[in-house]
Design a protein around this ligand. Structure first.
Ligand SMILES: [Zn+2]
Length: 94
């Protein structure tokens, strides 16, 4: 089954394949997750994922990344991967 929006009772539609998603980890001070902690999270893993959208409410979901990130913060290629593929979404959570 395709991902679905329960609120709208609609299937999500594919919006973008191979989108860059930057997963971040909390910096000092245990910042809150999500946009409330913006600026206090540090880049950690860079994933390639598919973006799905609900055409009812505009919900966007990143999924289908596979098991391994494209690169991680300790790797030399980490910054360049983000430049080459672009960062479509940033996630401040763990
Ligand atoms: Zn919806």
């Amino acid at each position: 089954m395709r991902p679905a929006c329960i609120k709208c009772q609609r299937f999500l539609k594919p919006k973008k394949n191979g989108a860059g998603v930057l997963e971040c980890i909390p910096g000092p001070g245990s910042p809150p997750a999500g946009t409330a902690g913006e600026g206090a999270w540090r880049p950690y893993k860079f994933w390639m994922a598919d973006i799905w959208e609900c055409r009812g409410c505009g919900l966007e979901v990143a999924a289908g990344s596979g098991a391994m990130p494209l690169s991680e913060h300790h790797q030399e290629r980490f910054p360049n991967d983000q430049k080459v593929h672009g960062v479509y979404a940033k996630i401040n959570d763990w």
